[in-house]
Design a protein around this ligand. Structure first.
Ligand SMILES: [Zn+2]
Length: 137
């Protein structure tokens, strides 16, 4: 299960960028099968077509690592948005699953003209993404 402690911050950030895709890293703690997500570290989307794609600025890893270390936490996942598309991994997302591995969770937030539609979490099992429950506080 994913427990989101920064849900409203994520929703505002993703919606503000609509109709472009946002991408960021998530800082928190993992205990067994529970990921506590406390902090969003936003990234610049370097994709040339940010309407349908994201490329995370590699510098964000460094920034997120610093944020995590200061808080006694670690980087637990990646989040990106799907403007006007379902909050499910696309074929492009699945193609990059192996680089993500099992230890990072993959959050997708679906945005529309009128607001955030859905937020889902996924874990790569070395073949495909398995959905994980999300709870927000
Ligand atoms: Zn995607």
């Amino acid at each position: 299960m994913v427990v989101l402690h920064c849900h409203s911050e994520i929703a505002v950030w993703a919606q503000r960028a609509y109709p472009l895709e946002v991408v960021g890293l998530l800082v928190g703690r993992r205990v067994a099968d529970t990921w506590d997500v406390h902090t969003l570290v936003t990234a610049i989307n370097l994709a040339t077509t940010p309407e349908t794609q994201f490329i995370l600025d590699p510098a964000t890893w460094f920034l997120a690592e610093q944020t995590a270390v200061q808080a006694g936490m670690s980087i637990v996942g990646i989040i990106h948005s799907h403007p006007d598309a379902p909050a499910r991994p696309s074929s492009r997302d699945s193609a990059s699953g192996d680089s993500l591995g099992r230890d990072l969770i993959f959050l997708i937030i679906s945005t529309t003209k009128i607001g955030v539609k859905d937020l889902t979490a996924w874990q790569w099992d070395s073949r495909q993404y398995q959905e994980i429950d999300v709870q927000w506080t």
